[in-house]
Design a protein around this ligand. Structure first.
Ligand SMILES: Nc1ncnc2c1ncn2[C@@H]1O[C@H](COP(=O)(O)OP(=O)(O)OP(=O)(O)O)[C@@H](O)[C@H]1O
Ligand SMILES: [Mg+2]
Length: 251
């Protein structure tokens, strides 16, 4: 059975794309069949794997012009890429009946091929994100350990609650993890405590530390494990992937 996880936070630059790429790569290295879906018109996930051109992008899939045919980037790891065209999709699809269910329906025929489908969401709570949440079983929220990072949380929690009520009763926030973490900073430790108070055991134990290699790897079209398998970033995402697999093993 495949598990679909939306990686979402309407705040920009919190590590959604970096996490989707590296969790995906880490799970694939553990032998899981993984599909990554780039739902962001910025197409950063697509660019992180150096995909410049593909026959089918998620835009064509959402508009019904094409079937979903992912690009295989590494063993066990496929990507449904994005293009800038996707920025027009919110407008184009806004009058369509059942517009929130388009992604869910579109990927249904290929979902069973995968153990994990991870969706990289844009930094907004518009129709593209709503489609991701409607297609998802679980939501992971990456958070930076800043005071303001937790201030905006009520908004996304509220939106996920509405999606749960009206569109997809199964979807739940099941995971929260801290990115760009520096344990020497008192503020970071304090904020993590606040996050724990709020999310309890949904907060993963693994912290993703600040690590320049994570910012460099996309320029080579590589995930962190292929770019520098010994760096802190690889260590942290490896540890997070282990936790993810363990959580699902307990289900
Ligand atoms: N742990 C980390 N250490 C150092 N740099 C990081 C780390 N995680 C992410 N970055 C860098 O921070 C920037 C923002 O990360 P990323 O693109 O993953 O965030 P995002 O939430 O997807 O952004 P957006 O909201 O624009 O989609 C990128 O330049 C990325 O390389
Ligand atoms: Mg992103």
């Amino acid at each position: 059975m495949s598990i679909t996880i939306a990686i979402s936070n309407h705040k920009g630059g919190v590590g959604k794309t970096t996490s989707t790429v590296n969790i995906g790569a880490g799970l694939a290295m553990e032998g899981k069949k993984v599909l990554l879906i780039d739902m962001d018109p910025q197409a950063n996930l697509t660019q992180s794997y150096g995909i410049t051109k593909s026959e089918v992008s998620i835009y064509e899939v959402l508009t019904g012009e094409a079937e979903p045919i992912p690009v295989t980037v590494f063993e066990n790891l496929d990507v449904l890429p994005s293009t800038l065209d996707l920025s027009g999709a919110e407008m184009e699809l806004s009058n369509e009946a059942g517009r929130e269910y388009i992604l869910r329906e579109a990927i249904a025929p290929i979902a069973s091929k995968y153990d994990y489908i991870l969706i990289d969401c844009p930094p907004s709570l518009g129709l593209l994100t709503i489609n991701a949440l409607t297609a998802a079983d679980e939501v992971y929220i990456p958070l930076q350990a800043h005071y303001l990072a937790i201030k905006g949380l009520t908004k996304i929690v509220e939106v996920i609650g509405k999606v749960q009520k009206r569109l997809n009763k199964n979807v739940q926030i099941t995971g929260v993890f801290v990115t760009q973490f520096d344990k020497r900073k008192v503020l970071h430790r304090d904020v993590v405590e606040t996050i724990y108070t709020y999310f309890q055991d949904k907060l993963f134990n693994s912290r993703i530390r600040d690590n320049i290699a994570l910012a460099e790897a996309p320029s080579q079209g590589l995930d962190i494990f292929r770019y520098d398998p010994e760096c802190k970033g690889a260590e942290d995402y490896r540890s997070l992937c282990k936790e993810i697999i363990e959580r699902h093993a307990q289900l």
